[in-house]
Design a protein. Structure first.
Length: 291
């Protein structure tokens, strides 16, 4: 999905917010001018997540390495791990535990420091409560189940830390329901924002549930032109792909593969595109999304 005016404005706001704490106004102006010059001349076919990487290099030139998000990632992984047993019990009580697991995994997409600036544990718990009544879009879910019955291989594209604990529960239930299915979870290849990488996947025990590989990329998404040959082969040979989060949607949408996107609409562009409220959940297939 190529960048649009919403994404461009958001990227500019993000850059300014990151330097607000610094005092040198002249240096801040030089930095913002370089950011604007880069964005005005960049390839217009690139997605917003793909542009974050070169923007980070400009940031480091002026301000050095960004503060690590390791503590935030661990905090939310630990928070969700502390609830994992109870959440799994709650999910398994539903009439359709798979649908419930996917709803809860979708809710975990709230934990996104690239799109949500006021993340709170209380809001996350409030969203969990709403999942008691929530469900997936009926026709799309029925199509998903039909595809899963015929599938021999599933690839699950993960997104954020914390959220990945809920992905783990969903993947456990998927494997129980489809015991002959080959399942691979794909995480980021480098630390980026609060996204899950191999270290996080191992920390929360995802590797003890399914095969986990990293995508070899430092982009906050899944850009088929930037990921490793191994990850691309896994994705392109899968019968069904479950893709979590806005960043994955932004980078892989348009490829034409059999992808079911699972995310919360967290920014203005997604809210407008899908005609929903902020934080409303989506479950849509790549091949049936209106262009």
């Amino acid at each position: 999905m190529k960048i649009n005016s919403f994404c461009l404005a958001c990227l500019i706001r993000m850059q300014e917010s990151q330097i607000r704490k610094f005092d040198d106004e002249e240096k801040k102006m030089r930095y913002m001018r370089e950011i604007l010059a880069f964005l005005s001349s960049c390839n217009p076919d690139l997605s917003a997540p793909a542009l974050v990487k070169p923007l980070a290099r400009i940031y480091e030139k002026y301000w050095g390495k960004r503060d690590s998000m390791a503590e935030v990632k661990k905090e939310f992984n630990d928070f969700l791990l502390s609830m994992e047993t109870e959440l799994e019990k709650q999910i398994r009580k539903h009439e359709d535990p798979l649908e419930a697991a996917l709803c809860f995994a979708r809710t975990g997409n709230y934990i996104d420091y690239a799109a949500v600036k006021d993340i709170s544990k209380d809001k996350l718990l409030e969203l969990f409560e709403e999942q008691e009544q929530a469900g997936l879009e009926k026709n799309e879910y029925e199509s998903f189940l039909k595809d899963m019955e015929k599938a021999s291989k599933l690839v699950y594209l993960t997104d954020n830390c914390g959220e990945v604990v809920l992905d783990k529960i969903a993947l456990k239930i998927i494997q129980e329901r489809y015991p002959d299915l080959e399942v691979t979870a794909v995480v980021r290849g480098e630390p980026v924002v609060n996204d899950a990488d191999l270290e996080a996947a191992r920390y929360i025990g995802l590797d003890r549930v399914v095969k986990v590989i990293d995508n070899g990329s430092g982009i906050a998404g899944t850009d088929l032109d930037d990921i490793s040959d191994e990850a691309r082969n896994e994705i392109e040979t899968a019968n069904v792909i479950l893709s979590k989060g806005q960043g994955n949607f932004e980078t892989i949408h348009g490829c034409g593969l059999n992808i079911y996107y699972l995310f919360l609409c967290k920014c203005d562009w997604f809210v407008q595109k899908f005609g929903v409220e902020r934080f409303e959940g989506m479950f849509v297939n790549e091949r049936r999304i209106p262009q």
